[in-house]
Design a protein around this ligand. Structure first.
Ligand SMILES: Nc1ncnc2c1ncn2[C@@H]1O[C@H](COP(=O)(O)OP(=O)(O)OP(=O)(O)O)[C@@H](O)[C@H]1O
Length: 308
């Protein structure tokens, strides 16, 4: 049996004149956490809604767990979990009531539901919040409740839309450990994010811009394949240094990070440090150091091309 869980060919969704998702080809394998990385409005949610059968594509084909979407949305309901970007449970119900409600939606009989709910309360550290109204919980607690409800029916395939945008870094870290536990138990996941640290945790990523896939691969593969060299510049007058470099040939981008300026130079330049020294001759007190690319460099480089 194929280990491809989700594939799309030429997936496109238009809203009037606006093409939210443009000719997207995806191939997502079992046991992976696959990330959609991109800024607001790049088409992450629209793609997820089409993959879960909630939205019909304008054109293109979708296969999910070997079946064609959106036609198979109903039979696949029990195999899929979708944690939406906005908390979609009831704020005026308690944690327990919300979990019971989720169990009912998935048709889990009362006795096994009670056991499953106990298990989820323990796994997601919600035992002290059982009778608390969801609306009075912190963002991090609500997110744990949303994950617990999403996995109630043990779905094989999980969609998580910007799951950690409202939580602090420590909570985000714990949340990701829980995602890897679910992968260990056999789940496959599609996670959308605009955080680089979160994207870096994915097994594989698609970088999206204006609905177009600009790059895809594992984070380390994307960093290795970057068509740019990275040089950090340290010294005085970094804002002036930046203005001197911006727009110059072979300079892909400049960004200040604390007391350093991170410069991306086109790969076609054989001596990036020497080339920069030449361009910055008016600033004699600078030190220039080559650096390993990070995912933000990949993102900047992938999304700076012409828009479609
Ligand atoms: N129902 C809709 N009607 C009209 N336009 C829509 C609709 N849903 C999405 N869009 C448009 O499609 C584009 C992609 O939106 P989408 O929500 O998929 O992006 P996103 O990457 O998930 O962004 P965000 O991080 O802000 O949720 C945007 O230009 C948005 O305005």
């Amino acid at each position: 049996m194929s280990d491809i869980v989700v594939s799309t060919q030429g997936l496109t969704r238009r809203f009037g004149e606006n093409t939210a998702v443009n000719n997207l080809d995806l191939e997502i394998r079992t046991g992976q956490i696959y990330g959609f990385l991109g800024p607001n409005g790049c088409g992450k949610t629209t793609t997820m809604r089409m993959l879960t059968g909630l939205l019909t594509p304008s054109s293109g084909a979708i296969s999910v767990l070997g079946r064609s979407m959106p036609d198979a949305a109903e039979p696949l309901k029990d195999e899929i979990g979708y944690m939406t970007q906005i908390f979609s449970y009831y704020r005026d119900l308690t944690v327990l009531e919300n979990l019971r409600f989720a169990a009912e939606i998935y048709g889990i009989p009362a006795k096994s539901a009670a056991n499953r709910i106990d298990e989820l309360l323990n796994t997601y550290d919600l035992t002290t919040n059982v009778h608390q109204l969801s609306g009075s919980m912190s963002g991090g607690q609500r997110q744990k409740l949303a994950l617990a409800a999403t996995v109630m029916h043990r779905p094989k395939l999980l969609f998580l839309d910007e799951p950690t945008s409202a939580v602090d870094p420590e909570t985000r870290r714990t949340f990701w450990e829980q995602l890897f536990d679910l992968v260990d138990q056999g789940a496959t996941m599609i996670v959308s994010t605009h955080f680089m640290d979160e994207a870096e945790r994915c097994h594989r990523l698609a970088i999206l811009q204006h609905g177009v896939k600009k790059a895809d691969g594992s984070p380390s593969q994307l960093m290795d394949d970057l068509q740019a060299d990275v040089v950090e510049v340290e010294g005085p007058d970094l804002r002036k240094v930046k203005h001197a470099l911006d727009g110059q040939p072979k300079i892909l981008s400049t960004a200040q990070v604390g007391s350093r300026l991170r410069v991306l130079v086109e790969k076609s330049e054989p001596q990036p440090v020497d080339m920069l020294r030449g361009q910055l001759a008016a600033f004699p007190d600078l030190s220039l150091t080559p650096q390993r690319p990070n995912l933000e460099d990949v993102f900047v480089s992938a999304t700076r091309g012409p828009e479609q």
